[in-house]
Design a protein around this ligand. Structure first.
Ligand code: SF4
Ligand code: SF4
Length: 354
């Protein structure tokens, strides 16, 4: 488990277990859930539709054997069922918000009963932006519930009538891969449910989503020119695990994800001009588009790299990057190349001559 997330999870569990620290525990839990949800937001904003039904680890043992869409569905169907049908005994967001119709699926269960290709087929059915909207609505609804509960509620247990209600809801599959969930949930008190479906369960599936998307990015980049349109090296990029390159549909660079049409302005401009990259453009030094916007503190470092490629070619550029990474510890190139494009070019050329 991610070390930072594991530590936060442990701390939250400890705080929730004592009356004196319970409120602090709830506060941290809500903040932590928001932090984890941000990972889902990045994935939904950065990846193409097809990424959500791919199973790059299909057949493996573990949560990473599923799809991105299934993972989101599963986390939030479970949370919705537990928060509403079990703890609050009211209507699930899935039904009150009309999400079944909006998402375009007949399924109402957690998905535990699905196997292999059924998971990919089900994932294809789902409308991902609506699925994301549903997930966000469930998260907010549960956060409101967490703020409403007090320490005495934590010890509340569940009875036969609660179990019956869950069975009748038909929101948990009858197959043995799924129906154990009802006994499992009803065997816990409210505190136990908060610890698992509302926290640890998220961590496990979001980590699995990260593995899936890292693999999808690596597969997307295979055989693709590692030089980005703006002149960065995808092979050396600190976003390498997040982004499958601006030369593929897996472009998760912020200049693409933040653009209204999700196309990076540098990519769009190069394609319009029918050139290989900004390093072939005469306007490079004065350009303020996309990655070269003056608001980007890495704009001049990006230009320095494109200028280097223009003078010395891509092969030399990748070699210089290898040398820089051997010599220095850095994530963003501006940490080494600074804020002046000509100075940055000089640093690259001096490294090239070593
Ligand atoms: S952010 Fe840019 S340099 Fe980094 S991997 Fe994506 S396209 Fe390549
Ligand atoms: S105008 Fe700017 S974004 Fe367009 S190709 Fe030239 S350098 Fe790149």
């Amino acid at each position: 488990m991610n070390k930072d997330w594991s530590e936060k999870n442990k701390q939250i569990q400890m705080l929730l277990g004592k009356k004196a620290t319970y409120e602090e525990g709830i506060k941290l839990l809500i903040e932590f859930r928001q932090e984890l949800f941000q990972q889902i937001t990045y994935i939904v904003n950065g990846f193409p539709k097809e990424a959500f039904y791919q199973m790059p680890y299909g057949g493996a043992k573990g949560y990473h054997s599923k799809t991105l869409a299934y993972s989101i569905w599963h986390i939030f169907r479970i949370e919705d069922i537990v928060a509403h049908s079990l703890i609050q005994n009211d209507e699930q967001i899935f039904f009150s918000g009309g999400y079944q119709e909006k998402m375009g699926t007949k399924r109402i269960t957690t998905g535990n009963e699905l196997k292999g290709e059924q998971i990919a087929d089900f994932s294809k059915e789902l409308d991902v932006p609506v699925l994301y909207e549903y997930a966000e609505a469930v998260m907010q609804s549960t956060n409101a519930l967490l703020q409403k509960l007090d320490y005495r509620d934590m010890h509340r247990k569940f009875e036969e009538a609660d179990k019956e209600r869950l069975i009748e809801s038909e929101c948990v599959g009858r197959e043995e891969e799924a129906n154990w969930l009802i006994t499992y949930w009803c065997g816990k008190n409210v505190l136990g449910l908060i610890k698992m479906p509302f926290c640890r369960h998220w961590i496990m599936h979001i980590e699995a989503m990260q593995r899936i998307k890292n693999r999808l990015c690596a597969l997307a980049r295979r055989g693709v020119d590692p030089i980005a349109y703006c002149g960065f090296s995808c092979n050396h990029c600190f976003l390498g695990q997040w982004c499958g390159s601006c030369r593929t549909d897996y472009n998760a660079c912020s200049f693409a994800t933040c653009a209204p049409d999700k196309v990076c302005p540098n990519v769009a401009c190069c394609q319009n001009k029918n050139i290989d990259g900004c390093y072939e453009c005469e306007e490079l030094e004065t350009c303020e588009k996309g990655s070269y916007t003056p608001e980007n503190d890495g704009a001049n470092a990006a230009k320095a790299q494109a200028m280097f490629i223009r003078k010395h070619g891509k092969k030399a550029f990748l070699g210089v990057h290898n040398k820089l990474h051997e010599k220095y510890e850095f994530a963003k190139t501006q940490e080494i190349l600074g804020q002046d494009m000509y100075e940055g070019l000089k640093i690259l050329e001096e490294t090239y001559d070593i």
